[in-house]
Design a binder for this molecule. Structure first.
Ligand SMILES: Nc1ncnc2c1ncn2[C@@H]1O[C@H](COP(=O)(O)OP(=O)(O)O)[C@@H](O)[C@H]1O
Ligand SMILES: [Mg+2]
Length: 340
């Protein structure tokens, strides 16, 4: 597919800023009710990368992307998107970016195919360009059989996919997807991941994707770099590998207690035993992760299995996951309903 971009922005700014897709410095957003949703937050995103914003609900992720897109005015700080000063020129960023909102999806009173087409036209496409691209996207997103349904009437999952289609119309340099896979079944979730991974091929030029998620697994599978956002700040940033290596001197030891022996008393005993060996995170009922130093993991294993003799149903050793980093950094547990 060949789509044309009509405006060139590179001449308006210095080369260093233009080199970055997103350059946020010292950004603070205080809502009218006094809530500080972003607190002196700084973030740099390279062009052409899939960048994850990971964090618990209420961390300030949506607030951040609204400001990056020029849809919400910051209290203080600076934001540049491909060299454009978003705060003084918010209208210049809009044509560059495709945005899939977390809520408040547009064009609810249109059929799916019309909504895609109109989005393209609003983004400056000709009739033929918009028609061609919307047809292609309906197919790519497996929406063909739903094309005549009103956006309003779609189920939660299909609504998200249709909103993603709208975000992809035109020829964006930056695609911002806010919780794109919430409410999606596993098959559609995988499809959405494939679409995100294929964006460069689809547009035939570098596209930056800012993927907001509270699903750690999703972040781990498809993002190149990730920032863990917590309480309005960047709590950690790097590739998933770099973040995991921060816990690299530890090994994760997972213990599953036999369901038929599990009582409150036993649970207490297990936690106390594990605490002697390292940080303990109870996952689900009867499932624990304990982070033990890599050195001496063998003897720790023997001692734990000895102390819990007869209680253990399953036992695993693994390197720390991004989920472990997330829990370590934010103190939040993972929202299990979104795991696949
Ligand atoms: N329009 C608003 N007015 C007041 N507070 C808000 C508004 N939008 C969000 N907040 C608050 O700001 C914080 C961050 O919200 P949000 O950016 O939506 O976080 P996230 O997307 O990470 O879940 C939350 O405490 C939320 O309640
Ligand atoms: Mg949000």
């Amino acid at each position: 597919m060949r789509l044309t971009t009509t405006t060139s922005y590179s001449s308006t700014t210095d080369s260093e800023r233009s080199a970055l897709a997103i350059d946020v410095r010292n950004l603070t957003k205080k809502y009218k009710n006094g809530k500080v949703a972003n607190d002196h937050l700084s973030l740099q995103v390279d062009r052409g990368t899939i960048f994850g914003l990971l964090g618990p609900n209420g961390a300030g992720k949506t607030t951040l992307v609204l400001q990056i897109l020029g849809l919400l005015a910051p209290t203080s700080g600076s934001i540049y998107v491909e060299g454009i000063d978003v705060i003084s020129n918010p209208e210049k960023v809009k044509p560059l970016a495709g945005y899939m909102p977390q809520t408040r999806i547009a064009m609810r009173n249109l059929e799916v195919d019309r909504a895609l087409y109109i989005t393209g036209r609003l983004r400056g496409q000709s009739h033929e360009q918009a028609r061609k691209q919307s047809e292609g996207l309906l197919e790519m997103l497996d929406l063909t059989e739903h094309r005549k349904q009103f956006i309003d009437r779609l189920s939660g999952g299909l609504l998200r996919v249709a909103a993603m289609g709208m975000a992809l119309m035109g020829d964006p340099h930056l695609v911002v997807l806010d919780e794109p896979t919430n409410e999606l079944d596993p098959v559609r979730r995988r499809m959405v991941w494939d679409v995100i991974l294929g964006l460069q091929d689809y547009y035939k030029h570098p596209v930056t994707c800012l993927l907001v998620t509270h699903n750690v697994l999703e972040a781990e599978r498809i993002v190149e770099r990730v920032a863990i956002i917590d309480k309005g700040k960047v709590a950690a940033i790097g590739t998933p590998g770099e973040l995991k290596s921060q816990l690299g001197d530890e090994v994760r030891l997972e213990v599953v207690i036999k369901p038929d022996v599990l009582t409150e008393e036993i649970a207490l005993k297990v936690e106390e035993t594990l605490h002697d060996f390292g940080r303990v995170i109870p996952f689900r009922q009867g499932q624990y992760a304990v982070f033990v130093p890599r050195v001496g993991v063998g003897s720790a294993t023997d001692k734990i299995l000895g102390a819990l003799d007869g209680l253990v149903d399953d036992f695993r050793l693994s390197p720390p996951s991004l989920e472990d980093v997330y829990i370590h950094v934010t103190g939040s547990k993972i929202e299990l309903e979104d795991e696949q």
